[in-house]
Design a protein around this ligand. Structure first.
Ligand code: NDP
Ligand code: MG
Length: 381
């Protein structure tokens, strides 16, 4: 039994592609979306879950009428998303975008055996809480983010103290080779045009600013219990090596494959077994050379900010994520320039309150506070 939170997104639809190709192995218990009623209803009709939920409460009637006569129960609003997350399952795929996925993730941990987590923002803002709850409820967490899936596959957990460092690879995004001034005035379309991966809008913008890699550094810190000085970032424009683990004996283990999210999703769905992907396999003939570069920390400030936030603590990690979400939304609404994203993120980091947020209430309060202050300074629309 599988529940899919965020079924209408890029990760969600790739997951359904795999599940639909293996109907004997997986049955869907619940599906959720944000606003996309028509796709959600079409998915429900095809997969016959028991329950579907839409986050926008105004869309309840639309969803209900789209599903009339199917016998599939439905609900709307945050509480309905949490109801879906609370259904008992073997695997819950967490594929909502942003901090909005935190409460569903924490709810799912209580009710699923395995949490296949793509939704990185809850790990950035509340990694310690997510892991301690998973520990408490005996829930296995399997990363879906391709870099973390790669590390998960080559990380010898019994040799944790023999790991010299983990090396997160990064494509460098659409602005890797263009001058910083040109990057700062890039359009939404240019920022969305990722050279290797096809993804949702928010993560595509994060990839262009390399905030995606910054979030992934913090995600890796929690998932693999690695201090910041053992986390490296390496630009690898071909996106064939999805990340590596270096051991103290000099061995470096890498995981490779085509840049297609169906591979890491398949790893999480089938673990500890393997399943056949519906995506492309790596064509070695089409890979001319594998190249590597150090990231330009001046151009891509986000990487340095992630190291700073890892050293500063949880409050800064929440603020980094919240400010970035505010900034990316403004950029996608064409209210600010691409260069303004990092300015707003740094402004957010200057607003971190004293103290160490620990509980869900503490974390929600810091997140809300940062967003409110940033939006007061410059309205979203
Ligand atoms: P998308 O924007 O494509 O999809 C997001 C999903 O979340 C959609 O189903 C959307 O519904 C739903 N959603 C949006 N807002 C809310 C909300 N407030 N409450 C409930 N549901 C909501 O994102 P991606 O699939 O690209 O990414 C999902 C997560 O996975 C992100 O955290 C991302 O960082 C991570 N990830 C994605 C990768 C990728 O290749 N796409 C790779 C690695 C990680 P609707 O369609 O109705 O708006
Ligand atoms: Mg990734």
């Amino acid at each position: 039994m599988v529940t899919l939170l965020g079924s209408t997104g890029s990760i969600g639809t790739n997951t359904i592609d795999l599940i639909a190709a293996h109907p004997d192995q997986y049955r869907v218990r619940a599906l959720t979306a944000g606003k996309n009623v028509s796709l959600l209803a079409a998915q429900a009709k095809a997969l016959q879950p028991e329950f579907v939920a839409i986050a926008d409460p105004a869309l309840w009637h639309d969803l209900q009428s789209a599903l009339s006569g199917t016998g599939i129960a439905c609900g709307a609003g945050e509480s309905a998303i949490l109801d879906a997350a609370a259904m008992t399952t073997d695997i819950c795929v967490a594929a909502i975008v942003g901090f909005a996925g935190l409460k569903p993730v924490l709810t799912a941990i209580r009710h699923t055996k395995t949490l296949a987590i793509a939704n990185k923002e809850p790990l950035v803002a509340a990694g310690a809480l997510v892991l301690s709850m998973a520990d408490e409820f005996g829930t296995k967490i399997i990363p879906v983010d391709s870099e973390h899936s790669a590390i998960f596959q080559v990380f010898e957990t019994h040799h944790h103290n023999r790991v010299k460092k983990i090396i997160l690879t990064a494509s460098g995004g659409p602005f890797r080779t263009i001058p910083i001034d040109q990057m700062k005035s890039a359009t939404v379309e240019q920022a969305l045009a990722h050279p290797n991966w096809s993804m949702g809008a928010k993560i595509s913008i994060d990839s262009a600013s390399m905030m995606n890699k910054a979030l992934e550094m913090i995600e890796a810190h929690y998932l693999f219990n690695m201090p910041p000085d053992k986390i490296d970032v390496l630009i690898h424009p071909q996106s064939v090596i999805h990340s590596m683990v270096e051991y103290i004996d000099g061995s470096i283990l890498a995981q490779m494959g085509a840049p297609d999210m169906r591979t890491p999703i398949a790893v999480a769905l089938a673990y500890p077994d393997r399943m056949k992907t519906t995506g492309p396999l790596l064509d070695w003939g089409a890979v001319p050379t594998l190249t590597f570069e150090k990231p330009d920390l001046e151009k891509f400030r986000a990487i340095q900010l992630a190291y700073d936030c890892l050293n500063e603590g949880v409050g800064h990690q929440i603020a980094l994520n919240a400010a970035n979400e505010v900034a990316v939304e403004k950029f996608l609404n064409r209210r600010i320039s691409f260069g303004d994203i990092m300015r707003i993120v740094e402004e957010g980091l200057s607003l971190v309150p004293q103290g160490t947020p620990k509980t869900l209430g503490d974390i929600l309060a810091v997140d809300q506070d940062i967003r409110k202050k940033l939006i007061q300074r410059e309205p979203l629309n």
